[in-house]
Ligand binder design. Structure first.
Ligand code: GDP
Ligand code: GDP
Length: 471
């Protein structure tokens, strides 16, 4: 059971990352493959695919260069039995990685020089239909690096790029070459907004679903969900298609007896993961509970768009002109994880503001997907840093933001390339985030900032200037 769950989990994560092209890192042991992977990958969020028959799990890590996003997969060392034959299991591992890769980086050791092992890998690689970029690692010195690298022309894999995984030099040129082999992003043709309706039992999830369907008589079909944890309903409204993920329906349909305490939080978590937009339904009479806070936290962590739906507003008695305002203030203080989400007061029973809720779904969904031009992002950075310059450490070192670019959407993610992330305090990071919010909007969706330390060397200075000049 547990194994099944973790398999589902990893395949769901994989599905989310699947559209990103894969770059396989190939080479003998000890040439510096892991060092290079660590340099290319954004952070520690490795995704491990567990597949039977493969000795070592392959580890996929998200990475990007300029506008290109990809995943790097380290294949483990390619070893030879007697300098002529691959160890079958490890070869299988590398083959599997290569089979799904858009490109490979073949790493060799510039200090050791060309070896028979490299030649064997190269002839094997030439038989694969994958473009290869050749990295001659451990070339710390710019001058001797080129000489060290020159030897590897013999491999017949094109230009050898001298790099140092440890110091980072040369990786810019290597990546410029690499990304020419990566496919550009392709968006799916049929856009379907996946909306999860979640909340505690009896808050009115099923009633809301029915109210939505009532507003939109052109129901396509109720279909059984892709998992046994929810029932999906496809709804067409104008030009938009929605997949409503209903976690409550299953409980009713199967007529299973659950205790009053039964909450089904795992089911809710799974629905959140599948959704683009989450409707977090709260019972107006009960107010925000601890369980609602757990769900809110998860929505934000998963990076999903969200609308806070306060249902049963009809049942709140003696409403006065400022009741909504007071209620919202109180609810928001308990849902601070979702300070970017819109809150709406509805009644599934009377239909009050149900139509408006659908409009909010459309708005949140498009903000979740929105991409902002690099020039605009850099204008915000310039404006923000001129009002409030980056902090100076006790040692007198000042943080500097070279430039920023949106590297991802769903949720919008902006990478800031800085001299040293450690120089940016939590306070300053929050300030930058609030500035992006203020100027870019993104209402209804979480957004992320990645602070990337990046030594800008002379060779890369030109591309940084290029990026800044886009303005
Ligand atoms: P892998 O087995 O191919 O993944 O290699 P590792 O990344 O584990 O590195 C093997 C050894 O080479 C380690 O001792 C690293 O410190 C060293 N190494 C990796 N990259 C460089 C580099 O750019 N320059 C130098 N001088 N040593 C490196
Ligand atoms: P679920 O368990 O979250 O799917 O909740 P249901 O949709 O089954 O609703 C639970 C109870 O709350 C039912 O008795 C509904 O009639 C009632 N209810 C749902 N929405 C509203 C509403 O907007 N106003 C009022 N007064 N009652 C509601």
């Amino acid at each position: 059971m547990k194994g099944q769950r973790s398999k589902l989990r990893s395949s769901l994560i994989a599905a989310r990352f699947m559209p990103l092209p894969i770059v396989a890192i190939i080479g003998r042991p000890n040439v510096g493959k892991s060092t290079i992977v660590n340099r290319l990958a954004n952070c520690q969020d490795a995704i491990v695919h567990d597949e039977p028959g493969i000795t070592r799990d392959r580890t996929y890590r998200p990475a990007y260069w300029g506008e290109h996003e990809y995943q790097v997969v380290d294949t483990g060392g390619l070893v030879f039995d007697d300098e002529t034959e691959f160890l079958p299991m490890i070869r299988e591992q590398a083959m599997a990685a290569l089979a799904e890769a858009s490109a490979a980086i073949f790493v060799v050791d510039g200090k050791v020089g060309l070896t028979g092992g490299d030649e064997a890998i190269a002839s094997w690689l030439r038989l694969q239909r994958v473009p290869v970029v050749l990295a001659v690692n451990k070339c710390e010195s710019e001058n001797t690096g080129l000489t060290q690298a020159a030897d590897f022309w013999q491999l017949g894999l094109g230009e050898p790029f001298p790099v140092s995984g440890i110091h980072g030099n040369g990786t810019g040129e290597l990546l410029d070459q690499l990304v020419t082999h990566l496919p550009t992003e392709v968006l799916p043709e049929v856009e379907e907004t996946k909306v999860a309706i979640i909340g505690r039992p009896n808050v009115g999830k099923s009633s809301l679903l029915n109210a939505f369907l009532g507003e939109n008589r052109a129901i396509v079909s109720p279909i059984s969900g892709t998992t046994r944890d929810a029932i999906d309903t496809i709804v067409q409204r104008g030009d938009n298609t929605y997949r409503l993920i209903d976690t409550a329906g299953i409980r009713k349909k199967k007529n299973v007896e659950y205790g009053a305490e039964f909450f089904g939080i795992n089911r809710a978590f799974k629905a959140i993961r599948r959704a683009d937009v989450v409707l977090l339904v709260i019972d107006a009479i009960d107010g925000v509970t601890d369980q609602d806070q757990k769900l809110a936290d998860r929505i934000s962590q998963e990076g999903r768009a969200c609308i806070i739906v306060i249902n049963k507003w009809d049942a709140v008695e003696d409403k006065e002109s400022d009741t909504i305002y007071e209620y919202e203030k109180e609810a928001r203080s308990r849902l601070y994880f979702l300070d970017w989400a819109e809150m709406i007061f509805v009644s599934a029973v009377t239909g009050q503001r149900v139509e408006k809720t659908i409009e909010l779904v459309d708005k949140a969904s498009s903000e979740h997907k929105r991409r902002v031009a690099t020039a605009v992002i850099n204008e915000v950075i310039e404006e923000a840093t001129s009002w409030h310059s980056a902090p100076v450490t006790r040692q007198g070192k000042q943080g500097k933001i070279y430039y920023g670019t949106q590297v991802r959407s769903e949720p919008p993610t902006i990478a800031l390339f800085v001299n040293d992330p450690k120089r940016f305090t939590e306070n300053y990071r929050r300030y930058m985030e609030s500035q992006f919010r203020k100027h870019l909007g993104f209402t209804g969706t979480p957004m992320r900032l990645l602070w990337r330390g990046k030594k800008v060397r002379e060779s890369e200075q030109s591309s940084t200037n290029r990026a800044l000049r886009v303005k």
